[in-house]
Design a protein around this ligand. Structure first.
Ligand code: SAH
Length: 216
């Protein structure tokens, strides 16, 4: 059992690690403070929920490192009126953080089992502005486009064309690009009246963006 003092201490260390790694945006920090990462991790790894480390989840996937979640969310510059698309629901943690900052979040994963589990947690948390989908997210969600913000949490070789097309003019997309087992780079894409502007952020390591549905 963890005592209330230990919980407070863990939380302080968690926020300190985020700040130290460059997560400075007050709205992002409070959204992450309010989102209990422990809810998204089951079993043996649950007691490491507040460490700044990626952890295994079901279907052979991973919940991202909190500081990377923070930096990606910060780079996305989400406003309270924004409609956000996330590709790669995974545990649901990133979507829950986004839900505290945006008007509405659409999140897609290729594993039905992960989507069902995340959905359950959103209900438990009382989050009513997240809509989940099972499918191949590289096609985006044409029925709900355009999006003000798009966040991809699995690595493709290049930004998928349908996602670029579903980004609103003035919108921002953050995603890791590069080959799955080689070096990947987190990039930020801004759509302008004239086209797309690309910014490189930092080296990262994500699971690959795969085609089609998962088997679970
Ligand atoms: N954002 C998650 C972590 C994502 S791990 C979290 O907060 O926990 C990457 C996820 O991307 C995995 O769950 C994987 O199943 C999913 N994924 C990979 N390729 C995909 C695709 N084409 N469409 C949708 N999801 C995909």
């Amino acid at each position: 059992m963890t005592s209330p003092d230990e919980v407070a201490e863990q939380k302080m260390r968690f926020l300190f690690a985020l700040r130290q790694r460059g997560v400075r945006d007050a709205r992002v920090l409070s959204a992450m403070e309010a989102t209990d990462r422990g809810l998204f991790i089951r079993g043996t790894f649950a007691d490491r929920a507040y460490d700044d480390t990626p952890l295994p989840i079901a279907c052979g996937q991973t919940i991202s490192q909190p500081s990377i979640v923070g930096l990606m969310t910060q780079a996305l510059e989400v406003g309270p009126r924004d409609k956000v698309l996330e590709i790669g629901t995974g545990s649901g943690y990133q979507a829950a953080v986004l839900a505290r900052l945006a008007r509405r979040v659409y999140t897609v994963d290729r594993f039905r089992r992960l989507v069902a589990s995340a959905e359950q947690i959103f209900v438990t948390m009382g989050l009513t502005n997240v809509t989940t989908f099972t499918g191949d997210g590289s096609h985006g969600l044409p029925d709900h486009a355009p999006f003000d913000r798009i966040l991809v949490t699995a690595a493709a070789e290049d930004p998928p064309g349908p996602l670029l097309a579903q980004l609103r003019i003035g919108g921002i997309m953050v995603l890791p690009v590069g080959q799955s087992d080689a070096v990947q780079t987190l990039i930020r894409v801004r759509r302008t009246e004239d086209g797309y502007e690309y910014d490189e952020m930092l080296p990262v390591r994500f699971v690959p963006l795969l085609e089609g549905l998962g088997r679970e």
